[in-house]
Design a binder for this molecule. Structure first.
Ligand SMILES: Nc1ncnc2c1ncn2[C@@H]1O[C@H](COP(=O)(O)OP(=O)(O)OP(=O)(O)O)[C@@H](O)[C@H]1O
Ligand SMILES: [Mg+2]
Length: 251
């Protein structure tokens, strides 16, 4: 069995007696060290899948396996970066990262050391003592990434992390994240990213899984074989983007 396996997941929400089937039947897997993107129309349950993986909600059908065991049976280390960096406004940058380490690392000096290491890695050194309100959107997102990576997660989840950023910051952070993913001695190793942006998915992923509109199923998946780092202006790139768009509209 692959590192991560979603086995016939279904999600039905019940609001005031009204049932809404968000996910009808979705199965897919992610291999260790793979970068996989999940793409699909609004409301098809992408964020719901992220919440299931975080253990925040349970699928109403099916099971999720990680490392061959049902999710929750092991102490999986899973981190997430959301569209809106959920930082504690009353804590400075360093403390925002240190708190995420508290469950794993008892020694405060070690927590500080790790926080400083990741602050440097994501390029926000000099801002250790700044508060979130003093940071730009891109810098806040860098803090979220540092916090997500500092715990050395086995799996990094990204839920449209570049949506709120200007195109230049988004592109810079995408490239930095890909560099980190490509460094064997640094996290992340395995990534599952939710996005609406086909170019972004093609630039970053080994494989793209395309979901249908609600109630969602898997429309298909595409392996992206373009050599890395990817030239986002090449004919091959445009052609691949086109193929993904075709798959998305094949429902
Ligand atoms: N807690 C909830 N209670 C009731 N319905 C919910 C709840 N959470 C999500 N839904 C519904 O389930 C569907 C899927 O929501 P979800 O947020 O997973 O979609 P998504 O694919 O992430 O969409 P988007 O691309 O807009 O972020 C939506 O129709 C949403 O209204
Ligand atoms: Mg969503």
């Amino acid at each position: 069995m692959d590192f991560l396996y979603l086995d016939h997941i279904g999600m039905e929400y019940d609001t005031e007696g009204k049932k809404l089937i968000s996910i009808k039947d979705v199965s897919f897997s992610v291999k260790k060290n793979e970068f996989v993107s999940l793409i699909g129309p609004s409301g098809c349950g992408k964020s719901s899948i992220i919440k299931m993986l975080l253990g925040l909600i349970k699928p109403t059908r099916g099971s999720i396996y990680m490392n061959g065991r049902k999710l929750g049976e092991n102490e999986e280390r899973i981190s997430v970066v959301f569209q809106n960096p959920a930082l504690f406004p009353w804590l400075d940058v360093k403390k925002n990262i240190e708190v995420a380490l508290e469950p794993f690392i008892k020694d405060p000096d070690r927590r500080e050391e790790i926080a400083l290491k990741y602050i440097k890695i994501v390029g926000i050194d000099g801002f250790e003592e700044a508060y979130p309100k003093e940071l730009s959107g891109g810098m806040k997102q860098r803090v979220s990434i540092a916090r997500a990576l500092a715990t050395s997660p086995e799996l990094l989840l990204l839920d449209e992390p570049f949506v709120g950023l200007d195109v230049f910051s988004a592109q810079a952070i995408r490239e930095e994240l890909l560099d980190l993913w490509g460094s064997p001695d640094l996290p992340p190793n395995t990534v599952l990213m939710v996005t609406h942006n086909v170019d972004e998915a093609v630039q970053m992923s080994d494989r793209i899984i395309v979901l249908s509109a609600r109630p969602s199923t898997v429309l298909g998946e595409m392996r992206i074989e373009l050599p890395r780092p990817r030239n986002t202006r090449s004919d091959d790139f445009y052609k691949t983007v086109d193929d993904v768009v075709k798959l998305m509209s094949s429902a």
